[in-house]
Design a protein around this ligand. Structure first.
Ligand code: PLP
Length: 407
C-alpha cells in the first residue's frame, strides 16, 4: 500500500491557502515541512487542557503534562529504533543536538593533535561546530570527498580514518544531493579506529525509516519541524553509556540532583541535559508528528518519495535542467537540486513564486559542497508526503515560462 495523497492532503489546512491568487504548491519541505491538523490540534489540546510545567508539580495537572512530555520522548525513541527513551534528549533541533555533542562528549574527549572527520557534503550545522571544536582544542578537521555522482568516497575510508580520528560526523541524507549515505559502513570504520560517530539525520528522519541499532551509531540528531512537527523541538539520540559518562551541557534548574554553594551533582540521564523549562508543547507536538508518520508508515513515506523523485528528476532533465546527486533512487531521498543554464536560481525561485510554487534557491547551508559542485547556488525542489506528480508537472511548466523570460 502506498500513500493516499489526495486524502492525506486534507489534513493540511495550508493547502487551502492561495499564493498570488494561485493554489499553493509547496516544494520546500527539506527546508521545513507543513503541519497536519492532528499536530496543531494536539498542541492546542495540550495548552487548553493539560498544560503545566513538567517534572515539578505534585498536582494532577503537572503529572498530566509530564506524562504527555515523556510520552513524546518515548515516541521519538521508537521513531529511530532506540530501545530506551532515556537515550533521547529533547533539543531545539538538529543544530542544537550536534552542538550538544560538541560541548559535552567531544570537548571531554577530543584533544590537541586528534582528527575529526566530516564530509564534503555536510550542512553547516554538522561542519561549523566541528571547526569551532578543532580550533578550541587544537585538533584538525578532515573532509571525506564526494565523487562526481554525489556519493561519498567510501573507498578512501582507510586513508581518512586513522588512529588519530576521534569523531566521524556525517549526514545520513544530504539536503542538497539527496544522497543517502552508507552510515553503517562509516560507523564500523569509526568504531574499528576507536572513534565515535555523530549522525545528522535532519533530512533522513522525515523521509526514511531509521534504526539506530542497525546503523550502530553513537549519536543521531533530528528536527521536528522538517517531519511535520512544530519548530523549537528536536531530538538527540545518544548511546546510554556515553550519555551517562558525559558532562552536562547547560547548567540550571532541572538538570541537577543536589546543589551546594560551590558545586552541584547531576540529575539522571536524560534530564542532566535538559536544563531549565523545556519547550514542552513543542515536544508534545513532535510526538504527535511521530504518531502521524507512524500512521502513514515510514515504508510508505519512503516509497512515495522514491516515485516522486524519480519522476521529478526525469521531468527536470527533460526540461533541460542539470540535476545534482545520484541517479540511483534506491540511495536517494526526495530532494532534487538543479540548475538551468539560462536562469539564475534566485530569479527562478522568484518567477516560480508568482505561480504559487515554493522552491528554495541558494547554497542550502552547504557552501563547501557548492564549491565542489563548481556553482555558487542551485535551485532545489523537495518532496514530501503531500506532494503529487501534478505538482512536478506544474513546476516544469513554470520553468519553461522562466526560460521564456530569459530567451
Ligand atoms: N542538517 C541538514 C542536512 C539540514 O538539512 C538541516 C536543515 O536544513 C540541518 C542540519 C539543520 O537543522 P535545524 O535548522 O532544524 O537545526
Amino acid at each position: 500500500m502506498s500513500l493516499d495523497v489526495e486524502s492525506l492532503r486534507k489534513d493540511f489546512p495550508i493547502f487551502e491557502t492561495q499564493v498570488h491568487g494561485k493554489p499553493l504548491i509547496y516544494l520546500d519541505s527539506a527546508s521545513s515541512s507543513q503541519k497536519p491538523r492532528q499536530v496543531v490540534d494536539r498542541m492546542v489540546r495540550f495548552y487548553e487542557t493539560e498544560y503545566a510545567n513538567v517534572h515539578r508539580g505534585v498536582y494532577d495537572l503537572s503529572e498530566r503534562a509530564t506524562a504527555a512530555y515523556e510520552g513524546a520522548r518515548a515516541a521519538c525513541a521508537r521513531f529511530v529504533g532506540a530501545r530506551d527513551p532515556r537515550s533521547i534528549i529533547f533539543t531545539r533541533g538538529t543544530t542544537e543536538g550536534i552542538n550538544l555533542v560538541r560541548f559535552t562528549w567531544a570537548r571531554a574527549n577530543v584533544k590537541a593533535g586528534d582528527e575529526i572527520l566530516v564530509t564534503e557534503m555536510e550542512h553547516h550545522s554538522n561542519l561549523v561546530p566541528w571547526q569551532l571544536l578543532a580550533q578550541e582544542v587544537g585538533a584538525s578537521l578532515r573532509h571525506l570527498p564526494v565523487d562526481d555522482e554525489g556519493l561519498l568516497r567510501i573507498d578512501l575510508l582507510d586513508e581518512y580514518i586513522t588512529e588519530r580520528t576521534k569523531v566521524v560526523a556525517v549526514s545520513l541524507m544530504s539536503n542538497v544531493l539527496g544522497t543517502i549515505n552508507p552510515v553503517r559502513a562509516l560507523a564500523d570504520a569509526a568504531h574499528a579506529a576507536g572513534a565515535r560517530i555523530v549522525v545528522d539525520a535532519a533530512q533522513a528522519a522525515p523521509h526514511i525509516p531509521i534504526d539506530v541499532n542497525e546503523l550502530d551509531v553513537d549519536f543521531l540528531a533530528y528536527s521536528s519541524h522538517k517531519m511535520l512537527g512544530p519548530t523549537g523541538a528536536g531530538a538527540l539520540y545518544g548511546r546510554l553509556d556515553l550519555l551517562e559518562e558525559m558532562p552536562p551541557f547547560h547548567g540550571g534548574g532541572e538538570m541537577i540532583r543536589e546543589v551546594f554553594p560551590d558545586h552541584s551533582t547531576w540529575a539522571e540521564v536524560p534530564h542532566k541535559f535538559e536544563a531549565g523549562t523545556p519547550n514542552i508543547a513543542q515536544a508534545v507536538g513532535m510526538g504527535a508528528a511521530v504518531e502521524y508518520l507512524e500512521g502513514l508508515g515510514m515504508g510508505n513515506v519512503r516509497a512515495h518519495e522514491k516515485e516522486m523523485v524519480d519522476y521529478g528528476i526525469s521531468k527536470l532533465e527533460e526540461a533541460g535542467a542539470k540535476v545534482y546527486g545520484p541517479k540511483d533512487i534506491s540511495i536517494r531521498g526526495g530532494v532534487a537540486s538543479f540548475n538551468l543554464d539560462e536562469v539564475h536560481p534566485h530569479d527562478m525561485a522568484t518567477i516560480l513564486d508568482q505561480e504559487g510554487l515554493c522552491i528554495r534557491a541558494g547554497h542550502h547551508c552547504a557552501q563547501p559542497l557548492m564549491r565542489v559542485l563548481g556553482v555558487p547556488a542551485t535551485a532545489r525542489a523537495s518532496f514530501y508526503v503531500y506532494n503529487t506528480p501534478d505538482e512536478i508537472d506544474a513546476l516544469v511548466g513554470a520553468l519553461d515560462k522562466a526560460k521564456g523570460w530569459f530567451a
